[in-house]
Design a protein. Structure first.
Length: 522
């Protein structure tokens, strides 16, 4: 096939016929000579809002490919390269026990998937419930406030990303095609094929939950085993080497442990620290969630209120970064708590993104300079904020209008923006929850963002807090073969500090599985 880049099609005339016409023109052949086309990339060029254009990268099947490429002689026309994930397991050491994966978020699932695919028959332990039960538990929490501390928005099969927008975009280079492997696995298990080529792909929480279930079933078919409601509570270590793990249900012989625990497993971090696992505090970010009418964002970004838009905004304030994060078009702000007496929020969208509001985190970077250098000090910083949030509204999501946030007074009613929440909420002064250096930086940043997106700052913009689980506050150190200082433990994914989001976490899971298979044979 021939790859043809920079094919531009008007937003108002976007169809296969137009794409074929443009490809034929660029290749200087007749339209009927094109046997088949496949979209490799698709993005929206919105620089001219009165002339929106889709930009495609197309693989075209045509006769005499070599002659056409030679004849055209353009950088935008070339033979379609082979882009395929390949890995050869070359380990020689015999495993004494089956590998164990702790956590079934993206990192754990994809580590387990690859290990199972190559015949290693992993055991996956998950402190929360399987996805079907977890969804019911989370919905019950949002409806009546009854929290299951082991299975919630943070814990359970699928990880924290299951109750999010399901964004898959990443800036990570993919020269080994691990990302392609992740996306193809998602599609094979129920995701829409468009994620393979869209510039800003997303799955949505509703479809992602089905995909997670299908991946689990595939792992089981390949010899893997899942243990739900099974929490890692201790390690058995002899002479610096892992020999077994203890869960709330049993002790499991284990000399190869993939530690994909997620960014909110605070009790597990403490247990690991007490075993002298090498870890350190790392920077993260804390802030609020903002809600705007989605149509207002669409008009500002694309000049078309019916074309769903997202945004990514950044601001540097005297060396401190403030930025939007996990923007959810047509989504909801959700109660994402996982501990009694503490409250955190997050954003979530369904696949169709048809909710009335856009929401996004506006967060401020924090570092050990702000909270201390002990490996667990970042967790203490988060918990202190989350405790205040819980107490100020007795477990309901604290909410405030932007004008009142600036004036530091409690709001009394919503104005022109209707609230979109999952979980009960109550008006409060968010300035009493977050440290002043965070609230002041947010206010400065919001004024800057309003210059980039008209109407970003309105008196009736809805705020909620705290957005405190943006990434792990801890990094578990690993060496160049992905092991920790305790032999046999492989820190993995976002919780260990090596990823940020669904895609990079899944890719890191693949990397860790590769590292294990480079040492061990199945």
């Amino acid at each position: 096939m021939i790859r043809v880049r920079n094919i531009k099609v008007s937003y108002n005339n976007d169809n296969e016929k137009q794409i074929i016409k443009k490809v034929a023109s660029k290749l200087k052949i007749k339209e009927e000579d094109i046997i088949n086309i496949k979209i490799n990339k698709k993005s929206l060029d919105a620089r001219k809002k009165d002339n929106l254009m889709y930009v495609y990268e197309i693989d075209a099947e045509v006769p005499n490919e070599g002659n056409i490429i030679k004849k055209i002689n353009q950088d935008d026309v070339f033979k379609t390269p082979v882009e395929e994930y390949k890995f050869k397991a070359k380990g020689t050491k015999q495993m004494e026990n089956r590998p164990v994966v702790v956590g079934s978020g993206p990192a754990g699932l994809f580590a387990a998937y690859l290990l199972a695919e190559y015949g290693y028959k992993p055991i996956i332990i998950e402190r929360g419930e399987k996805i079907e039960d977890r969804i019911n538990t989370v919905n019950k929490f949002w409806d009546d406030g009854i929290l299951n501390t082991e299975s919630n928005v943070q814990f359970g099969e699928g990880g924290a990303g299951t109750f999010s927008d399901g964004k898959l975009n990443t800036l990570v280079k993919d020269k080994n095609f691990r990302m392609k492997k992740v996306f193809e696995t998602f599609v094979k298990n129920g995701a829409k094929e468009e994620i393979l080529y869209l510039n800003k792909p997303h799955i949505g929480t509703d479809i992602l939950s089905k995909v997670v279930k299908n991946i689990r079933n595939q792992i089981i078919k390949m010899g893997g085993e899942f243990k739900y409601n099974t929490k890692l509570i201790d390690l058995v270590i002899e002479k610096g080497t892992l020999t077994s793990i203890k869960t709330n249900n049993e002790e499991i012989k284990c000399d190869t442990l993939v530690l994909a625990i997620g960014h909110s497993a605070r009790d597990t971090f403490e247990m690991l620290y007490n075993h002298n696992l090498n870890m350190q505090a790392k920077p993260f970010a804390v802030g609020i969630r903002v809600q705007h009418p989605q149509k207002k964002i669409n008009l500002s970004q694309y000049g078309n209120e019916n074309l769903t838009a997202s945004y990514k905004l950044t601001f540097n304030n005297n060396g401190r970064g403030i930025y939007t994060f996990c923007m959810c078009p047509g989504g909801y702000v959700v109660n994402a708590s996982s501990e009694e007496g503490h409250l955190a929020v997050n954003g979530m969208s369904y696949n169709d993104r048809n909710g009335e509001n856009a929401n996004s985190a506006v967060i401020v970077t924090v570092s050990p300079n702000d909270f201390g250098n002990h490996p667990l000090d970042g967790i203490k910083f988060q918990k202190n904020i989350e405790r205040k949030a819980y107490e100020i509204c007795n477990g309901k999501i604290p909410v405030q209008l932007y004008k009142d946030f600036v004036e530091e007074k409690v709001s009394t009613s919503f104005k022109n923006v209707n609230p979109n929440f999952k979980g009960d909420y109550e008006f409060a002064d968010l300035n009493k929850i977050l440290p002043k250096f965070i609230t002041e930086n947010i206010k400065d940043a919001m004024n800057n963002f309003d210059k980039k997106i008209k109407g970003f700052v309105n008196d009736d913009t809805i705020l909620a807090a705290p957005e405190s689980r943006t990434s792990s506050p801890v990094k578990i150190i690993r060496d160049d073969i992905f092991q920790s200082n305790i032999k046999g433990i492989y820190p993995c994914g976002e919780g260990a500090g090596y990823a940020g989001g669904i895609t990079t976490s899944a890719m890191d899971g693949i990397k860790v599985a590769e590292a294990i298979m480079t040492i061990y044979k199945n």
